[in-house]
Design a protein around this ligand. Structure first.
Ligand code: LMR
Length: 390
């Protein structure tokens, strides 16, 4: 029965978790998969999330089914956080809880494929490696646009807009809303306005992937581009992940919002989202979303969470400053944002760093800065000293 199945290579990013775990060298450094780590190298459950879990344990009356939409209070509170009060109230916007950001992206992809099977989805080159499979598995065609200029390691806005000029009306642009994975290179407010203008002129629909709200410049700042595009354009999608900013990785907490040109259209969109969700996962897992709802509902927990997030962002940006000041080839890191940066390394150098120094990073030279502490920055610099260009 299974003879037509070709063996698949393990996911390269997730394989790093296992390889690192199996390495017994004491000085090994894990800069692989994107999880936050504190200055002690731990990924603790956030104190606000722990407190919310305690409350849930004491007070949650039932675990009976909710529905394909998940917890509507969670989705409404998260909409206020991500999109702001006025968009969250819009009758042109509908949202559902999803299993993580990946579930949101996949549900959005299925909805796009159902609404417009001929649409092409444009992504940056490079992007998160799972973006491609998520959209192509839903049957959509994908094309890439330039994003990153390897020379100065800034966003190639000119190249991006020139490539997107080839998009056809009805196409979709998948845009990372902040903290670009893998480059860390960030679009400025004027660039986002140009993208909004392009979408309007050409009839393109933006699909915002907002997976790191609060880990770049701040909760409001990291959501500004998403809000701008939703305010300027009739149609849009937003995939949200609580993995990193609530530290709920394995609980799989996310949401998908879809904006349409009228509330009547939104009714049809919402019914399709529910029908698709029902066939994909029936109902999203509740626990993590209940934790987020509990945190956002209670002023004290919300303040505690927000302060913890400030600390996380402060640590990431302090590491960016330290690395950026340490070597001319790393200077762009101080200007970039989020957990990731691309180091200018060849594949053989990346392999040698792993084999000889126990430094683990993705095969394209992406590092998760959170894998470092201020104490291990010199160790990384020592490992890199023969490899970085002057
Ligand atoms: C990453 O890019 O490392 C994270 O988004 C984790 C993942 O699922 O790939």
């Amino acid at each position: 029965f299974w003879r037509n199945l070709e063996p698949q290579a393990p996911d390269a990013l997730l394989a790093i978790i296992r390889h690192y775990r199996e390495d017994s060298r004491p000085g090994k450094i894990d800069l692989g998969v994107g999880i936050y780590r504190d200055e002690q190298g731990r990924t603790p459950v956030m104190a606000a999330a722990k407190a919310a879990e305690g409350l849930l344990w004491q007070t949650q009356p039932t675990k009976a089914y909710l529905g394909a939409e998940g917890d509507v209070v969670y989705t409404a509170l998260l909409a206020q956080l991500a999109l702001g009060e006025s968009l969250a109230r819009s009758d042109r916007l509908v949202g559902v809880q999803t299993p993580g950001g990946t579930g949101a992206l996949r549900l959005g992809a299925e909805l796009l494929a159902r609404a417009s099977p001929g649409a092409t989805v444009w992504t940056s080159e490079p992007t998160w490696p799972n973006h491609g499979p998520i959209f192509t598995q839903a049957g959509l065609r994908m094309r890439t646009h330039r994003y990153y200029r390897a020379g100065d390691r800034e966003v190639d806005v000119h190249g991006m807009l020139a490539d997107l000029a080839h998009a056809r009306p009805g196409d979709v642009i998948l845009l990372q809303a902040s903290c670009h994975n893998p480059t860390g290179a960030t679009l400025g407010p004027a660039d986002w306005r140009q993208i909004a203008g392009l979408c309007e002129r050409k009839g393109l629909t933006p699909f915002l992937d907002l997976a790191y709200q609060g880990l770049g410049d701040g909760l409001e700042e990291d959501a500004a581009a998403t809000r701008l595009l939703l305010n300027e354009l009739p149609d849009a999608l937003v995939a949200y992940s609580c993995d990193k900013n609530f530290g709920l990785y394995r609980d799989r907490v996310g949401a998908l919002w879809v904006q349409s040109e009228s509330s009547e259209r939104s009714d049809a969109v919402y019914s399709n989202m529910l029908a698709l969700a029902r066939s994909l996962w029936s109902m999203p897992p509740d626990h993590g979303a209940a934790v987020v709802r509990t945190v956002l509902e209670a002023d004290d927990l919300r303040a505690k969470w927000s302060a913890e997030l400030d600390t996380m962002r402060g640590r990431i940006n302090a590491l960016r400053e330290a690395l950026g000041a340490s070597h001319p080839a790393l200077a762009p890191l101080a200007r970039q944002r989020g957990m990731f940066a691309l180091l200018p390394l060849a594949p053989a150098q990346i392999a040698a760093l792993r084999a000889e120094r126990g430094v683990y990073m993705a095969g394209n030279g992406r590092i998760n800065l959170c894998g470092l502490t201020l104490a291990t920055v010199p160790d990384l610099l020592d490992a890199l000293r023969h490899y970085l260009p002057e």
